[in-house]
Design a protein around this ligand. Structure first.
Ligand code: SER
Length: 320
């Protein structure tokens, strides 16, 4: 990777991935792509070049790729699961029509492409315990449908045209930097904001509902390490199961209470979020990622919780 374009650089993953890539490859080598209304600010705006890169506009992306001699594209443009259910046509337009544009630009300009898939690519009849790498993928959400198509279309461009496409199936990503918007796993971020602000947390996911999660530093490493992996070792490409932990709401609540003993949580289950959560795996088997490119998470529930509480306290309250 020499010159990189991050599409969706101001989003939940993009805002941190762009900064991490700039640390590794140099600020001038990483272009922060954004759409009007979501302009980069602060460190993201100052740390390197930025450009309007709308996935629905192939010519615009091609022009950026040529201008900056881009060889790697991180395509992070997507709507998350809950908001996609409210705007299915837009979810498709961004996730699939947009991906098609990205892959065409990559084919014409010999770029490698990373487009995240998700635990959302699984559905109710997928085996829920230690969900295998290769298994049934019949999701019921438009988010899931678009993620399965993302995996298939990315594989197709690899086998048909030799485009170097790679991806992981991200679990819920937990971070104190940019909040997610409209996902089913968002509660595992929101709970920390409530704990640090001293508020009662109203949990939209029912007790006992387990989902895979990952702390953002591990998520960034997963993306970058996969893109740097030796292609000869990759049996799979799009997309690898990766996970770091799996828990139900009561377990993360108990972990936070070890450090915030007065913290209160009540349940007010959101039917849409709950039905999506129940259709997703309880725990992923990520042995293919471990074997093919050496994936290992660094953070578990306890270490992630400690770091989140420390960092979020500084961010929200200016203290530890
Ligand atoms: N975090 C996503 C969501 O909840 C899943 O990948 O929609």
């Amino acid at each position: 990777m020499k010159n990189i374009l991050v599409i969706g650089s101001t989003g939940q993953i993009g805002s941190e991935l762009t900064t991490e890539l700039r640390k590794r490859y140099g600020g001038e080598h990483v272009v922060a792509g954004y759409i009007p209304g979501a302009e980069p600010k602060g460190e993201l705006a100052e740390g390197g070049p930025s450009a309007i890169a709308d996935v629905t506009n192939g010519e615009q992306m091609a022009a950026i790729v040529r201008e900056y001699q881009i060889d790697t594209i991180y395509n992070l443009a997507a709507l998350l699961s809950v908001v996609a259910e409210q705007k299915p046509r837009l979810a498709w337009k961004i996730g699939i029509d947009g991906l098609w544009n990205v892959l065409e630009v990559a084919r014409e300009n010999q770029c490698a492409v990373f487009t995240p898939s998700s635990i959302g690519s699984f559905g109710p009849n997928t085996p829920h315990e230690l969900t295998p790498q290769d298994t049934i993928q019949r999701p019921k959400t438009i988010y899931g449908v678009s993620k399965v198509c993302t995996e298939l279309l990315s594989d197709y461009y690899y086998t048909k045209y030799g485009v170097d496409t790679r991806s992981v199936r991200f679990p819920g990503l937990i971070s104190y930097v940019t909040p997610p918007g409209g996902g089913t796993t968002d509660y595992a971020v929101d709970i920390f904001y409530a704990a640090v602000r001293g508020e009662k947390f109203v949990c939209p996911i029912a007790k006992g509902t387990r989902m895979d999660m990952m702390y953002m530093p591990d998520g960034l490493r997963a993306a970058i390490e996969l893109m740097e992996a030796n292609p000869d070792k990759l049996i799979h490409r799009n997309g690898f199961n990766v996970t770091a932990m799996s828990f139900p709401p009561e377990k993360i609540y108990a972990e936070i209470r070890k450090r915030v003993p007065d913290f209160k949580m009540v349940y007010e289950v959101d039917p849409l979020k709950q039905s999506i959560a129940e259709s997703w795996p309880d725990s992923l088997d990520d042995s293919a990622a471990r074997e093919e490119w050496g994936w290992r998470p660094n953070f578990g529930l306890a270490t992630m919780t400690r770091d989140m509480l420390e960092k979020l306290s500084i961010k929200l309250l200016g203290k530890q």
